[in-house]
Ligand binder design. Structure first.
Ligand code: SF4
Length: 327
């Protein structure tokens, strides 16, 4: 029986965070202060992740996305993807900051990866370094080139827009998509940053991004599946490349949400903005059977939140910041 919640939503997508470590320190995600990483033994081992992946597959999960922190910093991630492929997972994707991608792209492809999203919040190397607090612009661009010349093409580029930081680059990103034939996705900034600096004023609404691009390069909407997070557009003049708009704040898509998350330390999060975690790791390490784990997962998913409540007066950001949840 497929996994579903009390609102009748079928849960078919699992985002698996394989590490809470990251080699970037993006201002909208990670705190400037040293954070308390989980101890190594608190993080699920690869055998534990393999077992849980097979249980979730049995429960009807069709799509699995490998995230972090930064997934490529954990050795063995390609073998994990091969395991997911061997399980028969229909769609295996990854979200990465691209820093290590150029050297790993071929191995990711041969391990069975279907799709990849690369985070890139600025095309200005100086600004990129200020946002990520790294000197990795060139390596990320090399990573994008590697994907564009592989079977993972077209690369999906994720840019989180923050008013006053990179909202001046919307048109430049659109040109980037047109010149390289890639999928440029603009994501509204969500209240999940480590330093809690999020305010509504710094959110750049997707409608504004649409207007700015459409007024210069007319866009045509591409039909999309209702559980997809992005509204997708092609260029009406036939130029290759696509634009994706992800508007969790101004146009929430929770009504059709099909996602749950597994954190690196073995907690189920039924929503990005869940107020509570559900501890699968303890059950696993206390010797629970596969059947026990399935029953537990079903009961947790049944209680999945209706939505994120960002636009409600009583909204409070979750205690976990993005780096400890995974994209
Ligand atoms: S905020 Fe929560 S319910 Fe809404 S789309 Fe995201 S994960 Fe799903």
């Amino acid at each position: 029986m497929m996994l579903h919640d009390k609102f009748g939503r079928q849960i078919t997508d699992l985002r698996i965070s394989v590490t809470d470590r990251c080699n970037f320190r993006c201002v909208y995600c990670r705190s400037a202060d040293p954070e308390n990483y989980r101890e190594h033994d608190e993080i699920l081992s690869w055998p534990e992740l393999n077992r849980l992946a097979s249980i979730f597959k049995t429960l009807g999960i069709r799509k699995m996305r490998v995230t972090g922190g930064e997934p490529l910093v954990r050795p063995g991630v390609e073998d994990f993807i091969s395991h997911l492929r061997a399980l028969g997972v229909e769609d295996i994707s990854m979200t990465t900051n691209g820093h290590l991608l150029a050297d790993r792209c071929a191995r990711l492809v041969s391990s069975g990866l279907n799709r990849i999203n690369i985070s890139l919040d600025s095309l200005d190397s100086g600004k990129f370094e200020r946002i990520t607090r790294t000197k990795s612009f060139a390596s990320v661009m090399n990573g994008i080139d590697a994907v564009q010349s592989s079977t993972l093409a077209p690369a999906k580029i994720n840019a989180v827009l923050v008013r006053g930081i990179n909202d001046d680059e919307v048109e430049r990103f659109a040109i980037f998509a047109r010149e390289r034939g890639l999928i440029m996705r603009f994501i509204e900034f969500m209240p999940l940053d480590g330093d809690r600096h999020w305010t509504r004023d710094v959110v750049v609404p997707a409608a504004e991004v649409y207007e700015r691009i459409h007024s210069r390069w007319p866009l045509e909407q591409i039909p999309h599946h209702h559980s997809e997070t992005a509204r997708k557009y092609r260029f009406a003049d036939g130029t290759h490349g696509e634009i994706g708009l992800i508007a969790p704040v101004t146009q929430p898509f929770c009504g059709h949400c099909s996602r749950i998350r597994l954190t690196a330390d073995g907690k189920i999060r039924t929503c990005l903005f869940s107020k509570e975690d559900h501890d699968l790791r303890s059950l696993l390490r206390e010797g629970a059977s596969d059947e026990d784990l399935e029953i537990y997962i079903r009961s947790v998913v049944m209680e999945k939140e209706e939505g994120h409540r960002i636009n409600h007066a009583d909204f409070r950001p979750p205690t976990r910041s993005m780096v400890f949840i995974g994209g």
